[in-house]
Design a protein around this ligand. Sequence first.
Ligand SMILES: NC(=O)c1ccc[n+]([C@@H]2O[C@H](COP(=O)([O-])OP(=O)(O)OC[C@H]3O[C@@H](n4cnc5c(N)ncnc54)[C@H](OP(=O)(O)O)[C@@H]3O)[C@@H](O)[C@H]2O)c1
Length: 289
Amino acid sequence: MDNPNGGIGGKTVLITGGTSGIGKAAAVALAAMGAKVVVVGRNPERGEAALEEIREQGHSDSVELILADLCVQSEVRRLAETFLARHDRLDVLANNAGLVQSRRTETPDGIETTLAINHLAPFLLTNFLLDRLKESAPSRVITVSSEAQRWGSMDFGDLQSRRKYRGFPVYGMTKLANIMFTYELAERLKGTDVTANCLHPGGVGTNFGKNNGGPMALFFRAAKPFMRTPEQGADTLIWLASSPEVEGVSGKYFSDREEIEAQEIANDPEARRTLWEMSEELTGLKVTA
Ligand SMILES: NC(=O)c1ccc[n+]([C@@H]2O[C@H](COP(=O)([O-])OP(=O)(O)OC[C@H]3O[C@@H](n4cnc5c(N)ncnc54)[C@H](OP(=O)(O)O)[C@@H]3O)[C@@H](O)[C@H]2O)c1
């Protein structure tokens, strides 16, 4: 990636959650820098509307939409297959889609929804696309985590929060999982020229939390004036996707373009391996990365 315009001109970028908030702001910026941007959305109307906005604000026609509901594992597989059929390169994969849920629900696959969308979908999508990332190297996997990781604890005996469910701690656990996944992936990708990093975007005024209605939606609405704009929140993601400064940097967690520390358990190789193996079981995936 040696293009002076941030290194991303002509590169192919896949961004989940590109229909709103941080993902949409990153899509606009990367399209404006000359990247071919493929955004993933789950709703056709919202997806088409976002596509138009990204094309217009990014002054680019190289923007495409693939529809997939990331809580359904077969749709994650179909998303990967559609992408692979249409694109012979993948330079940057941005796992950005995510949510918090005040009440416990399960996906059609019988998995707790926050875990399915925030952790298992990135895990599956990345593994499905790993060969294309390796063929396109140097390439980058970026996962949007959160400092909410500090509220989460990794309970391998109850990963699906069946015994006890509270929205924010469960969200925090999935964001901790994003970091553990990133560290483990970086380890497995050593020597391939595919890097894996994750980030905290700050507190960002987006649609985040609004799916819940009630007190949680009210909380996010009240906090919005004090939060970053989506464009500000997307800065570290855009930097990780495009900057020559992070060429070859892998296995790190960033905030405001600076490396930060995750919870101690993220540095435990055995815990990371356990999460990887449990994720393989929950998705039916066996990989030899
Ligand atoms: N906002 C913050 O303060 C903050 C702080 C730390 C970390 N983060 C992280 O930043 C990331 C982006 O969040 P945001 O703040 O930009 O929130 P957002 O505005 O709500 O955007 C979330 C995106 O994820 C998509 N999404 C959710 N569930 C999906 C599903 N089942 N299938 C496909 N796409 C799905 C949404 O699609 P729809 O448009 O169809 O809903 C939307 O495009 C998340 O991973 C979040 O955890 C946010």
